[in-house]
Write a protein that binds this ligand. Sequence first.
Ligand SMILES: [Zn+2]
Length: 342
Amino acid sequence: MTLQPLIMHLDGLCKKDELASALPSTDQLISIDLPVGQGPKARNLNPDVRTIQEALNKISINQGGPKIPLVVDGKVGPKTNKAITDFQLKQFGIKGADGLIEPGKQTINRINQLLFSTLPIDPAVEALIAAKMVSHLDLVSRAIHAAQANLMIALSPSGGLDLGRGSANARVDRHFALDTLKPALRDKAIRDILGVFNLYADALLMPAIFGALGAGAFVTDPTGDPRIAFAFANGFFRKFEIDPDKKIPRDRIFLGRRAFFALTDSEFCAFIMLHEMAHFVGFPDKSFILDNGRGWFTDSTIKALNADKRLHNADCYAGYATECRTGSSAKPPYVKAATTSR
Ligand SMILES: [Zn+2]
């Protein structure tokens, strides 16, 4: 049986898709419309300049990235010009340092190669990835335990002292629209959500694969796929299955060595991991948790979903667990709203 994993792309959307065996398809590589930098050929369109500024910021200093990250403002000033020239000097020497990045030419090709190539990764980077994994997992496990505690409080019998029961119920209603359900169905829905997070906790406790870099269900992607993260739907229940085409285990969540670990915001990384875990464990009745809409409960993309759609939507679990951990219902800056094809 061909079973395609759900892959989170650089735009944060998960799609069923083949894993890349070499460079990603062109829509995932960075590209510019007109030349960026200095000299008579430069056009410096604002979106092009932003693309270059963001990309250079992701390149390590020893590969010629800027020592102080550039302000991503779409404007070419002395700092952006210096960053372009420094990168070219490091990569190509003085002959290639003309200060100009042209569409499809050597500088942008090298940026794509560094950011997305599937060549083996530097061993020094491996240690850095391991350290990042530990810090992200700390946030993830705290979010899971906070969600479990909140759901237990929401389920506690009414009457007597409130002890947070009211706010715990308001919180689960916000994210999953359970206030639209009849009491008996609402009660079942809360138990199901708790069931999902209990599976999350089990996934965290899975023994690591011998020799693989990872913890619990998470491993760094051995295929070198340039995309952010991927998991097989209900992979948690596919213990010891090896995907015959891709030669990778189906009972793991894969984090992209470059795209994922290039992200510098631990909170964002934890959110992505909580999102992938929803696909990975699925709903207690074994139905899939997919992407019905991306975003925070205040976004129109989530507001448009009824309770059942939200109960089967990965971002609703990531958002709920994040609020349980932080205690704040304000939308975090890294959460992006998007409709999905499914
Ligand atoms: Zn997804």
